[in-house]
Design a protein around this ligand. Structure first.
Ligand code: ZN
Length: 107
C-alpha cells in the first residue's frame, strides 16, 4: 500500500493533537481496509471517501484503485491520479465535519 498525506491533512493532525491516538488508529484501520471503512461521497465529492474518527470529526481520503475502477478519474478531484499506483491511499483532509468538506474543495 502506498500512503500519501496532504499538507491539509498534516496540519489537521497537528491542530488536533489531543486526539492523535484516535487519528492514528483510524488511519491504520483505513489502510488495512479502505473500502470497508470508507463511506463513499457523492456530488462534488464523488470518488472521495469519509470515515469518522469520532462524532462530527472525519477523515477524507481517496483510494486510487477505486478512482479508476469506476472510470471516474476524469471527474474525481484526484489531481495526480495517473502518477499513482493502484494501491495508493491519499489522506486528503481531517477535521470537524462541515469545515472539512469546505477545505477539501480547494484541493
Ligand atoms: Zn486517484
Amino acid at each position: 500500500m502506498n500512503i500519501k498525506f496532504s499538507s491539509d491533512f498534516k496540519n489537521g493532525v497537528k491542530k488536533h493533537s489531543s486526539i492523535n491516538k484516535n487519528i492514528q488508529n483510524k488511519v491504520d484501520m483505513i489502510i488495512s481496509d479502505p473500502i470497508g471503512l470508507g463511506e463513499p461521497l457523492k456530488g462534488n465529492f464523488r470518488g472521495f471517501y469519509s470515515a469518522p474518527v469520532k462524532k462530527n470529526f472525519i477523515i477524507i481520503f481517496l483510494y486510487c484503485y477505486v478512482c479508476r475502477k469506476k472510470g471516474d478519474n476524469n471527474i474525481v478531484l484526484c489531481n495526480d491520479c495517473q502518477d499513482c499506483l493502484d494501491d495508493t491511499i491519499k489522506f486528503v483532509a481531517i477535521g470537524p465535519h462541515d469545515k472539512t468538506y469546505a477545505t477539501k474543495i480547494k484541493q
